[in-house]
Every structure is written in structure tokens, then in C-alpha cells.
Design a protein around this ligand. Structure first.
Ligand SMILES: Cc1cc2nc3c(=O)[nH]c(=O)nc-3n(C[C@H](O)[C@H](O)[C@H](O)COP(=O)(O)OP(=O)(O)OC[C@H]3O[C@@H](n4cnc5c(N)ncnc54)[C@H](O)[C@@H]3O)c2cc1C
Length: 465
């Protein structure tokens, strides 16, 4: 059927003003943060209710029309890319915060609610939503659930998966799965909501969610430690754990990342007079023990490799130290052609893995730089491969594709993961079989088939069947 006919049909389901096909909307809503695939959806739809999502899914199942569920489009895996005439279903107009239940310790939202708005609403009640990362101003709760987002607080509170108490989703040919409870315990059979978490929109569209909230940290403080090598970070983390510090974040970045931030945002100040090879940012909740972080930094100052350290002394310096870490992703994007990998290895293997990775690139991929940063406390490194001089995007893609395969083999040898947080989407799909054995891939396909017999929800992402 022609796109015009589909447009007409969707205009019977939604207000026609919420059925878009102008080139600019198709371009903007047909992609995420990746730039590998050219966006080419046929329509962009903005439902306002679960009932409208149901009717869209019913129509798409009948017409075998593929859907790309779309959140804040901040993803880095190409999972929200619509490159083959799909219908983008944007959740941006289902963004209400439905209620905060302090007795049960949860917040209920529509899936399109922006993470930062939910954080603020929860904070106003004196509670805390412990899901946080730099894209908080655009990423939606539905997108966080579909990617099982991690971020800055995983070390203490876990991934999104651990925070989802319940959800509502449209799946199959338009059926609704209502699992939207605020129960903290529910062992009555399979936990169906967890199939939707991290499924990248391939099993259905999340329409509502109930997220766990927790008491606000009492008194956060942050410090930055300068180190001569990445290898010096695990001993610091070990000490923090042995001393029972209430660690709420442990992030690292290399000197090259700091340099990129300084070059991109010249108004920012470097905390140390000279540049060091590596930095470890740690945040703790000092609770009633003022000065705990300073005492800890004095304690670890004897560890070989620690060059310098600083602690935030005011709310302003707290924000400034965090800003160094949070602006890395954007700053790196200005350095040239960039290819991102988001990998995980056990924290204890991190130094050896990074050494092997740097040798691999130095020996086999001349002209490419590797900039590393990430959530070191969780063994999660963002591996950014950069060509600072070439303008040949296609040639760069070919090189990094080959590098990705070698990287994947290296990760396997360290018992790691090719995707710690960002997912598989389109970008990592070809590598999935190196990470998951045939038994697991067959099970994934069977789950996909059960949830989505018409194969309309984000087909072509993660696995084909
Ligand atoms: C500066 C920056 C920093 C980042 N830092 C982190 C980080 O620290 N940790 C981390 O995990 N990620 C991080 N990300 C990646 C990204 O922000 C997360 O993956 C986020 O959860 C994506 O949410 P979104 O709403 O933008 O989803 P989108 O990018 O729109 O979509 C992502 C996937 O979810 C699906 N989807 C979206 N909404 C729904 C829905 N309602 N139902 C079903 N499927 C849906 C899409 O189809 C797609 O497969 C970062 C991104 C940026 C730009």
C-alpha cells in the first residue's frame, strides 16, 4: 500500500496533526545519535494514549508495516534508526508523571517522560530516582527501559533493570501487557517485564512504567584523583570498598579526554596545573561524616601512581568537577571522525585489557587514536576510536569495522561484553554471534517470535528471524 494510504489510515486513529511526513521530521525522528545509516522512515506518529498505540500496532500488524519505537533519540547503537520506510512511533507526547507513591517508594510515569523531569519531580518530594547520565535532558524513561540504561550511579543502585517495578507495554498484534505494579516482591512465575527491559523496542512499545525511588543521598562529595596509569585505579577502588565508603560513582577518563573538553569548552578550568595520563573521579555520600572524602584521599595518597588529588569545596566546584566528566562525549565528537564502543570487562582485568587494546591499535591501525573514559567502578569503558585528520567517512567506517571484530575477540578473551550499556541495535548486530552462542541466539529469536509474531516491532535490530 502507498504511504499516502497509510497516512490516511493513521489520521483516522490520531489527530492528523500528529501524523507527520515532512522531510525535516522524517530526518530528525528517523535517527538516534549515530550517523552511520541514512534516516528514511515513511511516517512519524505521536500517540497520546495507550489506546492509540494499540490501534497503531493493530494496523501495522495487519499491514505488516514495521514500527520503530522512538524515545529521546540519544541512543548510540542505531537501535532507534528507521532506515527502511518504517513508521516511527514517537513517545514524546506521552510524557506525564502520573504519581509518586512515597509509601511504596515509587514513581509512575508515561514512557515518554524525560528522565530529568522525572528526577526533578521525585526530588521535590525529598526522594531520589537513582538513574542518571549526561543525556538526562532528552532521554525518556521508555528509552532507558528499552536500553536497560546504566549511567553514573550503577555502582550503588544498579542498572535500569533493577529499578523497574512495573510496566505497561503494547506487544504482539496490539495486545496490552499490564505489569504496572508497585510491588517490590512478586515471585508469581516468570518476570515478564524483564523481557522488555533492554529489548531495544524489538518486543513491543513500553507505554507506562513504575520506577523505584530511594531516599536522597545525605551529603554527596566528589573528588578527582590524578594518576600516572589506568592500572592504578583498581587499587583505589579496592581501598574505597574495604573502608566501607558509600561510593555513589566511580568514573575515569584519560588526559586526552580532559584535553578535548578544555579545547571544546575553553571556559572550563582544569583542576590541576599539569596534565596527567589518567583521572579517577569518585563521588561518595559522606552522610554525617564531614571530611570523609578528604581523609580517604590522604589515606590512598601513598598508593604508587597517585600523582595529585582535589576535593570539591563548594556546590560550584562540585558541579565543575562533574562537568569535566559529563562533557567528554560531546567534546570528543568535535575532534574528527569518531567511532564509539561501549564495552565491559571485569574491573580487575581492566589494566591488562586496556594495555592490550592500546597495543592492538598502535600496531595495526596507524593514524587512529583511542580515547577512553567510562564507568570504571562497573568495569565499563567507552572506547572512542578517532581519526583526527581524514575526511573519508566511508574509509573510516571500513577500518573501524575491522577493528571492532579484533576488539570483540580481545574482549572475549577477557570474559567481557561488547555492549555494557548502549545495546546492540544495528551497529553491533554483526558481532552478536561472537558474544552469544547459538543456543542463546535461538532462544532470543524464539522470544522475539512469541512477543512479536507479525515481526513489526523494530525488525532487523538485535536479531533477525
Ligand atoms: C551524552 C550522552 C551520554 C550518554 N550516557 C549514557 C550512559 O551513561 N549510560 C547509558 O546507558 N546510556 C548513555 N547514553 C545513551 C542513551 O542516552 C541511552 O541509551 C538512553 O537510555 C536512550 O534513551 P532514549 O529515550 O534517547 O532512547 P532512543 O535513543 O530514542 O531509543 C533507544 C532504543 O529504545 C527503543 N525505545 C525508545 N522508547 C521506547 C519505548 N517507549 N518502548 C519500547 N522501545 C523504546 C528504541 O526503539 C531504541 O531501540 C548516552 C547518550 C548520550 C548522547
Amino acid at each position: 500500500m502507498m504511504v499516502a494510504n497509510h497516512k490516511h489510515a493513521f489520521s483516522q486513529i490520531l489527530d492528523p496533526a500528529r501524523v507527520l511526513d515532512d522531510p525535516s521530521s522524517l530526518h530528525d525522528y528517523g535517527r538516534d545519535r549515530t550517523r552511520v545509516h541514512e534516516p528514511a522512515p515513511s511516517l512519524v506518529l505521536f500517540p497520546k494514549t495507550t489506546e492509540e498505540v494499540v490501534r497503531i500496532a493493530e494496523y501495522c500488524a495487519r499491514e505488516r508495516l514495521p514500527i520503530v519505537p522512538s524515545g529521546g533519540r540519544t541512543g548510540y547503537a542505531g537501535a532507534a534508526v528507521a532506515a527502511h520506510g518504517e513508521v516511527v512511533v514517537s513517545m514524546g507526547k506521552m510524557d506525564r508523571i502520573l504519581g509518586i507513591d512515597l509509601e511504596s517508594g515509587c514513581v509512575e510515569v508515561e514512557a515518554g517522560a524525560i528522565l530529568e523531569n522525572v528526577q526533578h519531580a521525585v526530588a521535590e518530594t525529598g526522594m531520589y530516582l537513582p538513574l542518571d547520565f549526561a543525556a538526562r535532558g532528552s532521554a525518556q524513561i521508555g528509552g532507558c527501559i528499552a536500553t536497560n540504561a546504566g549511567g553514573l550511579k550503577v555502582i550503588k543502585y544498579g542498572m535500569t533493570r533493577e529499578l523497574v517495578l512495573g510496566l505497561e507495554a503494547v506487544f504482539g498484534r496490539g495486545q496490552v501487557l499490564r505489569l504496572n505494579t508497585s510491588l517490590h516482591k512478586n515471585n508469581s512465575g516468570y518476570d515478564l517485564k524483564q523481557f522488555l527491559v533492554g529489548a531495544e523496542g524489538t518486543l513491543g512499545i513500553v507505554t507506562r512504567a513504575t520506577m523505584q525511588i530511594v531516599p536522597q543521598p545525605k551529603r554527596l562529595n566528589v573528588g578527582l584523583i590524578a594518576l600516572s596509569r589506568l592500572a592504578d585505579t583498581p587499587p583505589v577502588l579496592k581501598e574505597a570498598r574495604l573502608r566501607s565508603l558509600d561510593l555513589t560513582a566511580a568514573e575515569f577518563f584519560t588526559g586526552a579526554c580532559l584535553e578535548a573538553v578544555m579545547a571544546h569548552l575553553p571556559q572550563m578550568r582544569s583542576p590541576f596545573p599539569i596534565r596527567y595520563p589518567c583521572y579517577l573521579l569518585i563521588e561518595i555520600d559522606e552522610g554525617e561524616h564531614d571530611g570523609q572524602l578528604t581523609a580517604f584521599l590522604e589515606h590512598v595518597s601513598g598508593i604508587p601512581g597517585i600523582e595529585d588529588a582535589t576535593v570539591a569545596t563548594s556546590p560550584q566546584s562540585f558541579r565543575e568537577l562533574w562537568a569535566l566528566r559529563e562533557n567528554i562525549s560531546e567534546s570528543i565528537g568535535t575532534l574528527g571522525l569518531v567511532h564509539k564502543n561501549d564495552i565491559a570487562v571485569p574491573v580487575s582485568s581492566m589494566p591488562a585489557f586496556v594495555g592490550a587494546l592500546e597495543s592492538l591499535v598502535r600496531e595495526r591501525y596507524r593514524g587512529l587514536d583511542v580515547l577512553l573514559f567510562g564507568h570504571i567502578g562497573d568495569g565499563n569503558v567507552h572506547v572512542n576510536v578517532i581519526d583526527r585528520t581524514s575526511k573519508d567517512a566511508a574509509g573510516f567506517e571500513t577500518r573501524v569495522e575491522e577493528l571492532d571484530t579484533a576488539l570483540c575477540e580481545l574482549i572475549q578473551s577477557y570474559n567481557g561484553s561488547i555492549s555494557a550499556e548502549h545495546g546492540i541495535g544495528l551497529l553491533k548486530k554483526r558481532l552478536l554471534h561472537l558474544q552469544r552462542d547459538p543456543v542463546q541466539i535461538e532462544l532470543m529469536k524464539a522470544i522475539k517470535h512469541t512477543f512479536d509474531p507479525a515481526n513489526i516491532f523494530n525488525p532487523g535490530k538485535i536479531v533477525d528471524w
